[in-house]
Ligand binder design. Structure first.
Ligand code: NAD
Length: 437
């Protein structure tokens, strides 16, 4: 099948490359010419493990193409995916759909034969209706169907997630479109693909429900962690104790500095807005957002407390800047709020991240970026672990101890053991297990 992928970002590029890997002919389209030029020259504009190899293989096999010309790609396509960004709209938290609607107008002008237009971007309920209206208005004669097919991949594990998803959600009442979608995803499975067909509106809402639920799970365990610190419990044991219950499940129960990233913050906000607009407010998610917002600066206060109440003039080493490991994505990373709060309190920041520095420079000022965790620790008054990159999990702790001006470690990801850190001589604090045995 021929696929046009509109938007060559984290989702579009991964989806396009993976569809090509399964034998479809895919053209990725982006409005940013520099991105397309880079891709044509064999450079991958984002960091995603395994992506460079898949892109190179499929370009070589002439199944994957890149262009800025949407019209050319769409004219030949059986399916056109919209995978453009849907950030929070400035000021009110609704999803900004301007990129989606612009893509819809551009697609409308270029449709040739029967085309399935698939919204892969995360969009509020009813967006598919509007995309259909835009195309119908521009091209009353066109043969097309608009389908919702939200994406559930995780950055950092995007290829495996795309190729072996838990489920593939297809929202459409159009039988012909359902057949095209089945055909597109069929190569992912030898037996039956885990395709779940729903109405378009249900599919749109399901994506938000999934992200809001996961954000709620994280926020829940974070509040339990706070309580653990007050009563002498260990949040990791609590998480295991509840997570082994199949009704709860063990994933997304890691206490930490609060969720961030390119999806949860904007998607929880957009769901709240949609729910309020329809007179069915989702108060649990409203609370999750409020609690999570407070949490990041609270983590900075934890660092300040670890240094005896003041960081003025102190040097704080930060390990990890991206919102999670194995990505260079800095969108809404907790590190931004934590570092800014520490700077507000007078600290100097020295930071290391394996992949995120280029993006971090765009959003964080006055940070001394260094090339290794040891350089971040050198002469520092405190070392804060913000992102749990593999490379931080087995540091030479004695060397770190010797390098630091003061042996204060604040581990916001609970990757080290309090007893081991104490044995080395660190003053160590973490999340939700301070007073535990
Ligand atoms: P992104 O910002 O990385 O990529 C979007 C791309 O679309 C950009 O390269 C931009 O230049 C391009 N673009 C914008 N308008 C265009 C147009 N009219 N024509 C062609 N290209 C255009 O965004 P992303 O992280 O890939 O997210 C895309 C969507 O997928 C969002 O709705 C997001 O919520 C959703 N999503 C993201 C993830 C994730 O982990 N990043 C996971 C699931 C779903």
């Amino acid at each position: 099948m021929r696929v046009a992928m509109i938007g060559a970002g984290y989702v579009g590029l991964v989806s396009g490359a993976c569809f090509a890997d399964f034998g479809h002919i895919v053209t990725c389209v982006d409005t940013v010419a520099a991105k397309i030029e880079a891709l044509k020259a064999g450079q991958i504009p984002i960091f995603e493990p395994g992506l460079a190899e898949i892109v190179a293989n499929n370009v070589k096999a002439e199944r994957l193409f890149f262009t800025t010309s949407l019209a050319e790609a769409v004219a030949e396509a059986d399916a056109v995916f919209i995978a453009v960004g849907t950030p929070s709209r400035r000021g009110d938290g609704h999803a900004d759909l301007s990129y989606v609607y612009q893509a819809a107008r551009d697609i409308a002008g270029a449709i040739g034969r029967y085309t399935v237009v698939v919204t892969k971007s995360t969009v509020p309920v009813g967006t598919g209706d509007e995309v259909e209206r835009i195309i119908r208005e521009t091209r009353p004669d066109a043969e097309f169907a608009v389908v919702s097919n939200p994406e559930f991949l995780r950055e950092g594990a995007a290829i495996a997630d795309f190729k072996r998803p838990d489920r593939i959600l297809v929202g459409s009442e159009d039988e012909r479109a359902r057949q095209v979608m089945t055909e597109l995803y069929r190569p992912l499975y030898l037996n039956q693909a885990p395709l779940l067909f729903t109405t378009r509106r249900t599919a749109e809402l399901t994506k938000y429900a999934a992200n809001a639920f996961l954000a709620t799970k994280i926020t829940f365990i974070n509040e339990i962690a706070d309580l653990c610190e007050q009563v002498g419990g260990n949040v990791q044991d609590v998480a295991r104790g509840i997570g082994l219950d199949n009704r709860i499940g063990s994933k997304f129960l890691h206490a930490g500095p609060g969720y961030g990233g390119s999806c949860f913050p904007k998607d929880t906000l957009a769901l709240i807005k949609t729910a309020q607009d329809h007179g069915a407010p989702i108060r649990i998610v409203e609370t999750v957002v409020a609690v999570n917002d407070q949490r990041k600066r609270a983590m900075a206060r934890k660092v300040i407390a670890a240094l005896g109440g003041s960081v003025r003039g102190r040097t704080v080493g930060v390990l990890g800047l991206t919102f999670k490991p194995n990505t260079d994505d800095m969108r809404d990373a907790p590190s931004i709020a934590i570092i800014t709060a520490l700077q507000d309190a007078g600290a100097r920041i020295r930071a290391h991240d394996p992949e995120g520095v280029e993006q971090a420079r765009l959003v964080l000022d006055n940070v001394d970026y260094v090339d290794s965790p040891y350089q971040a620790a050198d002469g520092a008054d405190a070392l804060v672990i913000v992102t749990e990159w593999d490379a931080f999990r087995a540091l030479d702790l004695r060397r770190i101890h010797a390098l630091m001006a003061r042996p204060v470690v604040v581990d916001l990801r609970n990757i080290y053991r309090p007893d081991e850190m104490a044995a080395i001589g660190f003053s160590y604090s973490s999340v939700g297990r301070e007073n535990s045995a």
